[in-house]
Write a protein that binds this ligand. Structure first.
Ligand code: ADP
Ligand code: ZN
Length: 738
């Protein structure tokens, strides 16, 4: 990374021409920087915010550098105005360029992610308050007036509303006093939204292993250079406590800290722990933030008032002023991969962000991704291991239940040993968790008489029944219709049957078999927004429920001390489909769910229902042989030259017109790059051949690791003209192959 020159001269200072020009990047999906003239009285530097014309519009953009000069100067339009505010930091501009180049996205599309709150550029509104002025002699002092006046004489300036409330008077009293000159208006800075965390507050006393790990991390903070460390610790080993030490060190050194969590549902408990440790709440960043909060948070990060941000991957694009540490918690999570718009992996881009900021980054997991493990093997990342759970807590015992021998009736999904285990867990006053990674009631509904199946009209997918809401829903596009009583094809009544289970159906079975169990369902349907997530998490913590039934939402990071039994309904679910990471991901999610059991004093048990108990994933889980399993997976990837031993880039062609999609995919295939170490597979219909009414075809470029694929991809795609009614999406390092 070249050193960033913060004392760059104003652009155009060295230009030979009389007129100055600059390039300005506008936050638009397809844009690169455009050239503009700089009016004579304006001084612009890279990173400055400006208003610039585009067609008939006026947009806020960022000065990106010297003009490219490919448009004649006399055809250029001038910048309209320089917005007087702190410029976009150099580091963030470099990051935007890097992400755009790596993902083959337009820089404007990436800038748009960084400027998600353009209002934040305007100075924050000052607050009008009142303070005491000279007492007016001729003025009649009523008791109400006197109360207000005396409050201000002995206290700080206050807003009219606060004054009226505290003194118990109407606002007209205050107006009267002001008119008479007894009190006067002052304009104040708005209060700070984020108080400074106190890094000197002591943390919990650490175990020897934890102290050693924390000391390692703190050495990196002290060195204040780019370094990647994997904090690899079993579930419940205290990874959070350990990285809090590094976080405290970075805050103490006057740096800002960014913590990425894969899932907003994780934050409530994390926030509590942070607040307990550091005395204040951190700034939170995610896509559901309300406009005002978003604006204030962006601004606070930009001017350094927010010292710590915990957020989703989009927080990578915040304008940190003095970023000194990045932490990626649960780094193996596929939720870090953004699939829409600019396709990027939050963990990988976090490493890039830290490299540009030249600061340390910590990635943590109990089940590190294969990519990260290989980076450790290659000595690009360091690793610190926490081999044991903290304190007296031990890892749960894990057993498989062979479902081939379970002898269940049709429509039943809970085996006898699992039901017995829930019953006895409840009897001892402990809590259980049932995991099934499927929302709704059933993934398919069909007619017993005519065989009609309910499919989405715009996707190649079946509709999932949501019985509580009496709706059928497509989980790919959100399409919904009411669940009918009669079959719409043959009109027979009572012939529709649900096939396969979802969490709602498991809940129904629980009600039937264990009527006294108090349960809740935890899915993205029941956890809309952080408040709902918080409510549910507290319901578990406060033991208002005995049983939690959930999807992958429950797998993540939660710490429920009284939860001792985990039952996995259909462990084989994620293995179907043949995605290159299917086994790894299944292992990770099942290990993480298992890790919810027995996290405090009482030991935990995990029961895994599977039709393939001899599968390497199930065996590794039952034998606790993570490293053996991952080593086998790594060998397989190496043998096939799959990532991270080779590179992949997906090209997804889509159009409402299937022939057009075929034609375009064929044209791309005909000019596909080939040669040493490069192959293009496809085109083939995507597994989701129809999505939101668009027909999709996929090509996959597979290359050796040392092939610079971005340039190759760019040259390839430039050879084919893309008609306006078709789209070509590029996904570098794809994680989804649907
Ligand atoms: P992980 O992230 O590795 O799963 P956590 O950081 O969530 O583990 O820790 C698991 C539990 O153990 C938490 O309740 C945490 O407060 C507790 N814990 C971890 N380390 C300590 C410690 N040194 N002292 C007291 N409690 C600890
Ligand atoms: Zn659909």
């Amino acid at each position: 990374m070249p050193p960033t020159d913060t004392t760059a001269p104003a652009l155009g200072d060295t230009a030979q021409t009389d007129t100055d020009t600059v390039s300005v990047l506008l936050p638009m999906p397809v844009a690169g920087p455009y050239d503009y003239l700089v009016p004579g009285d304006m001084q612009l530097r890279p990173g400055d915010f400006v208003r610039a014309p585009l067609g008939s519009r006026e947009l806020i953009g960022v000065v990106w550098g010297d003009a490219a000069g490919d448009v004649e100067e006399k055809k250029l339009r001038p910048v309209i105005a320089h917005i007087e505010t702190r410029p976009l930091p150099d580091e963030l501009r470099q990051f935007i360029d890097w992400v755009a180049a790596y993902t083959l996205s337009a820089p404007g599309a990436v800038l748009r992610m960084a400027l998600s709150s353009p209002d934040a550029l305007m100075p924050p509104k000052r607050i009008t308050a009142y303070r005491a002025a000279g007492r007016q002699d001729g003025m009649r002092m009523t008791p109400a007036r006197l109360r207000v006046f005396e409050m201000l004489q002995h206290g700080p300036a206050m807003t009219a509303r606060d004054l009226a409330n505290e003194a118990g008077v109407s606002q007209s009293v205050i107006k009267g006093l002001a008119e008479a000159g007894a009190i006067e208006q002052v304009s104040l800075e708005p209060p700070r939204l984020f108080a400074d965390p106190d890094p000197s507050r002591p943390g919990l006393p650490l175990s020897d292993d934890q102290s050693r790990a924390a000391a390692h991390l703190c050495t990196d903070i002290a060195a204040d250079r780019f370094a990647v460390t994997l904090l690899d610790g079993v579930t419940g080993s205290g990874k959070t406590e350990v990285y809090f030490e590094a976080l405290a060190a970075a805050l103490g050194a006057g740096r800002q800290v960014l913590v990425l969590l894969p899932e907003i549902a994780l934050t409530p408990q994390w926030l509590d722990r942070f607040e307990q440790r550091f005395g204040v709440a951190p700034a939170v960043w995610h896509s559901d933030l309300r406009q005002l909060r978003r604006r204030k948070t962006w601004r606070a990060v930009a001017d350094g008032a927010a010292r710590i941000v915990v957020g989703a991957r989009s927080a990578l694009f915040l304008p940190f002023l003095e970023l000194g540490l990045v932490i990626v918690d649960e780094e193996h999570e596929s939720a870090f991969k953004q699939e829409d718009g600019v396709a990027y992996h939050g963990r990988d881009m976090a490493v890039v962000r830290a490299r540009i900021a030249d600061c340390p980054i910590i990635v943590t997991s109990a089940t590190p991704s294969l990519e990260t493990r290989v980076n450790v093997e290659r000595a690009r990342y360091k690793s610190i291991i926490l081999p044991e759970r903290f304190g007296r807590s031990v890892l749960p015992t894990i057993e498989t239940i062979d479902m081939r021998a379970a002898d269940l009736r049709a429509g039943q999904f809970l085996s006898k040993p699992l039901i017995d285990a829930i019953t006895s867990t409840m009897a001892t006053g402990e809590q259980s968790l049932l995991f099934l990674n499927r929302r709704g009631y059933a993934p398919l509904t069909l007619c017993r008489t005519c065989g009609h199946r309910f499919a989405c009209p715009s996707c190649s997918a079946w509709l999932t029944e949501h019985r509580f809401r009496k709706r059928l829903q497509c989980h790919h596009c959100g399409y919904e219709e009411p669940a009918p009583v009669n079959c719409p094809a043959c009109n027979n009544a009572d012939t529709l049957v649900a096939c396969g289970p979802g969490v709602e159906r498991i809940a129904e079975e629980v009600i039937g078999q264990l009527p006294d169990v108090r349960f809740e369902i935890m899915t993205s349907d029941t956890m809309r927004g952080p408040e709902a997530a918080q409510r549910l998490v507290y319901a578990v913590e406060n033991h208002e429920i005995d049983l939690l039934i959930g999807t992958q939402m429950v797998a993540k990071g939660h710490h429920f001390p009284n939860l001792t039994l985990v039952g996995i309904i259909d462990a084989d679910l994620g293995l179907a489909g043949g995605d290159l990471r299917a086994a790894e991901r299944t292992y990770q999610v099942l290990q993480q769910v298992s890790g919810r059991a027995g996290r405090a004093e009482r030991p935990g048990h995990v029961l895994i229902q599977t039709f393939q108990p001899e599968h390497p994933v199930m065996r590794a889980l039952a034998n606790g042989d993570r490293d053996g399993f991952m080593a086998l997976e790594t060998d397989a990837r190496r043998a096939g030259a799959w990532p991270p031993f080779g590179r992949l880039a997906a090209v997804i062609v889509s159009s409402r017109d299937p022939d057009l999609a075929d034609g375009l995919a064929g044209a791309l295939a005909r000019c596909a790059p080939y040669g040493d170490g490069v192959r293009v597979l496809g085109p083939a219909p995507a597994p989701l051949a129809l999505l939101r009414g668009r027909h999709r075809r996929r090509l996959l470029l597979k290359a050796d690791r040392d092939v610079p694929i971005q340039g190759m991809m760019r040259r390839w795609l430039a050879q084919v003209r893309i008609p306006s009614n078709a789209r070509v999406r590029v996904d570098i390092d794809p994680y989804s192959f649907l």
